[in-house]
Design a protein around this ligand. Structure first.
Ligand code: ADP
Length: 161
């Protein structure tokens, strides 16, 4: 039986930190769904469609990775795609408390789906989409933290072309 995992998140936009977790997950599981949360209360910089397109562009080299959008409950999405695991990245202790709450709630909702955490690659432990957006807004250098295609998309968004 295929081992299927879901990597959920906002990905607004995808960074090298996310990409590292997706790549490592794709080596451990047969199939990986990257699920982009459509969150109406948090509009974000990029639309869900734009985020999906950007993720597709930078994950082309991983044949077992597929990008989807979802709203509603993550456990329902997992059931829909036949995933037995949710994979998340852990950066620092500050991530821990929120992730504990998320995992406990998801386990209550569906105890058959487990959440697995991957420790971030040290090089990426201080990268977040919010910081990337803040730097890009003022035309700062983000080439070390996001792939070139994302850098271009950020420049376009902030009219820094
Ligand atoms: P969310 O709003 O659900 O936290 P994010 O897009 O911020 O969505 O993050 C999605 C996933 O990627 C989470 O598991 C998060 O911990 C992980 N992640 C984000 N940035 C990094 C990073 N720099 N290194 C490792 N994992 C990361």
């Amino acid at each position: 039986m295929d081992r299927v995992a879901v990597c959920p998140g906002s990905f607004d936009p995808i960074t090298y930190g996310h990409l590292d977790i997706i790549e490592r997950t794709s080596k451990v599981f047969d199939k990986v769904y990257v699920s982009v949360l459509k969150n109406s209360s948090k509009p974000g910089l990029f639309t869900p469609d734009e985020r999906v397109e950007l993720i597709e562009t930078v994950t082309q080299e991983f044949p077992n990775v597929e990008i989807r959008q979802f709203d509603g409950l993550l456990v329902d999405f997992c059931k829909d795609v036949g995933a037995g695991a949710i994979v998340r990245g852990l950066r620092a202790v500050s991530d821990f408390e929120y992730e504990m709450q998320l995992t406990s709630m998801n386990r209550k909702l569906d105890s058959t789906i487990d959440t697995i955490y991957m420790m971030t690659n040290n090089n990426y432990s201080f990268i977040s989409s919010s910081i990337v957006k803040e730097v890009a807004k003022y035309d700062g250098k983000v080439e070390d933290v996001v792939p070139p295609e994302i850098e271009v998309a950020l420049k376009k968004k902030f009219n820094h072309e």
